[in-house]
Write a protein that binds this ligand. Structure first.
Ligand SMILES: [Zn+2]
Length: 159
C-alpha cells in the first residue's frame, strides 16, 4: 500500500515512513500535482481537505478527521487495516527500512563508512548502520528519541 500525503501532513508522512510505508510528501506542492501523483503512481491520497477529494475520478483516498499526527496515524492504520510489523525490540518498533525524511529505501553499510559521520559514542557502541541513498543521512538503532518511540508504541498497541 502506497501513499501520497497532502502538504499539511508532513509529520504523518514521517511516521508512515518510519513504519516502512512508501509515502510521498512535499511541503510545497500544488493540489493538482498531488492528484496527479495519486493517479499516476496509484497511491492512496491522505488529506484533511474535503475539497481535494471531490475531484472527479479520484478513487483511492482517505479523508482524515484528526489534527494530531499520532491520531492521524491511528486513523490510517485503523481505516485501511494496516498491520505494521510489531518487532521485538525494546519499543516494538520495526528497524528503519525507509528514510523518514525523503522516503528512499535505506542501505545497510559497513560500519567503517559511518566513521566521522555519526557521534563518536554512537560509532563506538552501535554495530549496524544504514545510510539513505537519497539524502545521505546515517541511521542506526536508537536514532529516534525515546519519547517519540514510546508514543508510537502506544498508538500501535491501541489499534
Ligand atoms: Zn533520505
Amino acid at each position: 500500500m502506497r501513499f501520497v500525503a497532502d502538504s499539511m501532513l508532513g509529520r504523518l508522512a514521517r511516521w508512515l515512513r518510519i513504519l516502512g510505508y512508501d509515502t510521498v510528501y512535499f511541503p510545497h506542492i500544488e493540489d493538482r500535482l498531488i492528484l496527479r501523483i495519486a493517479r499516476e503512481e496509484d497511491r492512496i491520497l491522505l488529506t484533511r481537505d474535503r475539497g481535494l477529494v471531490k475531484v472527479r475520478g479520484l478513487k483511492r483516498y482517505l479523508l482524515l478527521r484528526e489534527n494530531d499526527p499520532f491520531k492521524q496515524l491511528k486513523e490510517v492504520i485503523t481505516a485501511l487495516r494496516l498491520t505494521p510489523y510489531r518487532g521485538s525490540d525494546r519499543f516494538g518498533i520495526p528497524s528503519l527500512v525507509r528514510c523518514p525524511v525523503c522516503n528512499a529505501l535505506l542501505r545497510r553499510i559497513p560500519k567503517e563508512e559511518a566513521e566521522g559521520h555519526v557521534p563518536e559514542y554512537v560509532y563506538n557502541t552501535v554495530r549496524e548502520f544504514k545510510r539513505c541513498p537519497g539524502c545521505g543521512r546515517f541511521y542506526w538503532k536508537g536514532t529516534h528519541p525515546e519519547r517519540a518511540q514510546r508514543k508510537l508504541t502506544e498508538v500501535l498497541s491501541d489499534c
